[in-house]
Design a protein around this ligand. Structure first.
Ligand code: SF4
Length: 342
């Protein structure tokens, strides 16, 4: 059996049942809006984590035109917990372009999809293949791993990316390209897992060079990563009865446009008490309330917490129960600050 036949037959019998999918082999194609939304969410999180967000978005905004008409702040709040707010901003930019420039209908070719703002080459390929059955080369981390193992690619990531993409591209064909793309994704997610691949359940062992060598888990090879830098900042938990003072972060940059606790700058050195007090958003009886750690993609952060009761100008007073909508780093800091025993 060829690699292609074996993998598609496996997919027909084992495709994951996901709310943005159509069943394989039936010729039905899922709603491009669902495919697009799911792919954007899945670029930074797992299926179990993304699924409730996906369903919430569909309830709030059943069509791309509904999403395009949503206020920025509501979309950002619904996105909180999915990370990378730049993606939520790109999501909105793309939805608005589809609504305004394409009458709410996603274009059906990879080229036209790539021309939309905020829609990158990976997502364009995924939507073209899955929603429109175009022979697009859909390569995410799962597919890279499967290619690295099938062909025992010795070049380490990230240098190997172009080679892995070319190898995946050589396997794309006009017959069932949407199912092929999803079959590779499923194989990578369920069987050819990063650690402990389930080769004994794999439909393509006969075609796998890494399996033949006996060391599949050592692929893809990787260049050792430099450690992420560490930053320190101070977060201020200012309360007024049952309300907490928040600020809106500047539109550009990390967590741009999001509601947040007031903070100092984030820098490589820890903040002294005097420095932390001088950067506070209000004069108040600030007391230390511990600290929290948070990992971002490019650095790790210690937020030293100060808490006080008082008034401040230029803040947004938020009921405590609404803090759940904060980005996770600030939610974590707010909870720790509010629960600290002073
Ligand atoms: Fe991955 Fe093992 Fe299948 Fe090769 S045989 S593709 S390493 S699961």
């Amino acid at each position: 059996m060829t690699l292609r036949t074996a993998l598609l037959a496996w997919y027909d019998a084992n495709a994951r049942d996901l709310p943005w999918r159509a069943r394989p082999g039936g010729g039905a194609h899922p709603d491009p809006y669902r495919v697009w939304l799911s792919e954007v969410m899945l670029q930074q999180t797992t299926v179990p984590h993304a699924t409730p967000y996906f369903l919430k978005f569909l309830t709030l905004w059943p069509t791309v035109t509904d999403l395009a008409g949503a206020p920025d702040g509501e979309v950002m709040a619904a996105w909180a917990g999915l990370g990378y707010y730049a993606r939520a901003r790109n999501l909105l930019a793309c939805a608005r372009a589809v609504a305004a420039g394409h009458a709410g209908v996603f274009p059906d070719t990879e080229e036209a999809l790539r021309a939309l703002p905020g829609l990158g080459p990976y997502t364009a390929a995924a939507v073209a293949a899955i929603a429109f059955d175009r022979p697009a080369n859909v390569v995410d981390g799962n597919v890279e791993r499967v290619m690295a193992r099938l062909f025992a690619v010795a070049t380490p990531l990230p240098e190997a990316k172009a080679e892995l993409k070319r190898l995946a591209g050589d396997l794309v064909a006009d017959d069932r390209p949407g199912d092929w793309a999803q079959a590779l994704m499923d194989l990578g997610a369920v069987v050819c897992r990063p650690k402990a691949p389930l080769c004994d359940r794999c439909p393509v062992t006969a075609h796998c060079a890494a399996f033949a060598r006996g060391d599949p888990e050592t692929f893809p090879r990787r260049t050792p990563k430099a450690d992420r830098p560490h930053r320190f900042g101070v977060a201020y938990v200012l309360t007024r009865g049952e309300e907490v003072a928040l600020v809106r972060r500047p539109p550009k940059g990390l967590l741009g446009g999001m509601l947040a606790l007031p903070t100092s700058d984030w820098r490589p050195a820890r903040w002294s008490e005097a420095e932390a007090l001088s950067a506070a958003p209000a004069a108040a009886a600030w007391r230390s309330a511990g600290e929290v750690e948070h990992g971002f993609t490019h650095f790790t952060l210690t937020l030293q917490l100060l808490r006080a009761e008082g008034e401040a100008a230029d803040v947004i007073w938020s009921p405590r129960r609404d803090l759940e909508a904060l980005p996770s780093v600030f939610l974590k800091a707010a909870r720790a600050g509010l629960n600290a025993l002073l």
